[in-house]
Design a protein around this ligand. Structure first.
Ligand code: PSU
Ligand code: MN
Length: 304
């Protein structure tokens, strides 16, 4: 196993010293945001995690290795290159064996983080059940991963490009706790609320950390979703963003966008139709998640 994993200096030192570590994904850099905002955001998110007492570990597949912790040059490479594969669970072994570049999705980042014994992971939003999945069967591998891999994902809920109701049903079936951080309803990424109420709420990070500890102490395998609403001042107007999403979904259908291309297409289209406002919101919510995620990691680490 060890032959496939390389830790950065910063992450190795953090492990030796028993410091809290927060995993970060790389698909959000390569396929989720445009250059140069992607690289700048990745760097700022890493710094926010350090400022809140934890050590960041951005994860990617490079030259036959799972790299836990990327250098500035590597972040830049993932931000700029168009030749980076979007790497989910199905792609990991192939990309490692053929020494290709892979940017890890939520699912693949969870796998790699668990291999490196990192259990707290911060991102923007998770994949889910797509609208129309009853005919397309487009259900993100992120959901299956949450059902089986012991990593908690701090995110701003799921985007309404997805079917939020079906996504919640799927997570319930898989036994994945969805914990609202200071909220009783599922946040919908660009907006703080949705019509879906949550049955788990935590008002402080210690409650979240102890819930995770108990879950894994009991050997209840799988992850958890910590749903942290976008800060009020960055939230988008609900009717506006839902209209934009509707337009973008229609265009995706007309252009026969399918499979792994759907999410990146939708993110790009929504950005275009909102004249960049969705990107600003996306950046703000990831940073907000980094603050909460680092604090959860600190609290969780203290309970070990
Ligand atoms: N949501 C975002 N930005 C992203 C993604 C989701 O707001 O970059 C990425 C994540 O890496 C997530 C993946 O794991 O898209 C889901 O893709 P799919 O729907 O093809 O499983
Ligand atoms: Mn999909």
């Amino acid at each position: 196993m060890k032959e496939y994993i390389t830790l950065s200096e910063e992450v190795r030192t953090a492990k030796e010293q028993g410091k809290p570590i927060v995993a970060l994904e790389s698909t959000i850099i390569s396929h989720g945001m445009p250059y140069p905002q992607n690289v700048q955001t990745a760097r700022e998110v890493e710094q926010i995690i350090r400022d809140n007492g934890a050590v960041p570990a951005t994860i990617a597949i490079i030259d036959g290795k799972i790299k836990i912790g990327l250098s500035d040059e590597e972040l830049e490479m993932f931000g700029k290159s168009s030749g980076v594969a979007k790497a989910s669970r199905r792609d990991l072994a192939y990309l490692l064996a053929t020494k290709k570049l892979g940017a890890t999705t939520v699912a693949a980042t969870m796998i790699c983080a668990e291999l490196a014994d990192i259990h707290i992971f911060v991102t923007g939003g998770i994949g889910g059940v797509h609208r129309g999945a009853e005919t397309t069967m487009d259900i993100s591998a992120d959901l299956e991963e949450l059902g089986q891999t012991n990593v908690a994902v701090i995110c701003a809920g799921a985007k309404s490009i997805l079917d939020l109701g079906l996504t919640m049903e799927y997570l319930e079936t898989k036994g994945v706790p969805v914990i609202g951080y200071q909220t009783d309803v599922l946040p919908a990424f660009y907006t703080r609320t949705s019509e879906f109420s949550l049955n788990l709420r935590a008002d402080d990070v210690a409650e979240i950390a102890s819930t995770l500890k108990v879950k894994w102490d009991l050997n209840l395998k799988g992850g958890a979703v910590i749903a942290n609403p976008i800060p009020e001042e960055h939230a988008m107007e609900e009717e506006f963003i839902n209209g934009v999403i509707e337009t973008a979904l229609n265009e995706a259908a007309e252009r026969h966008i399918t499979g792994k291309d759907v999410t990146p297409f939708m993110l790009g289209k929504v950005k275009e139709l909102t004249e960049g406002k969705s990107l600003d919101a996306n950046i703000a919510l990831v940073k907000n998640n980094a603050v909460v995620g680092a604090k959860i990691a600190v609290s969780f680490n203290a309970m070990k």
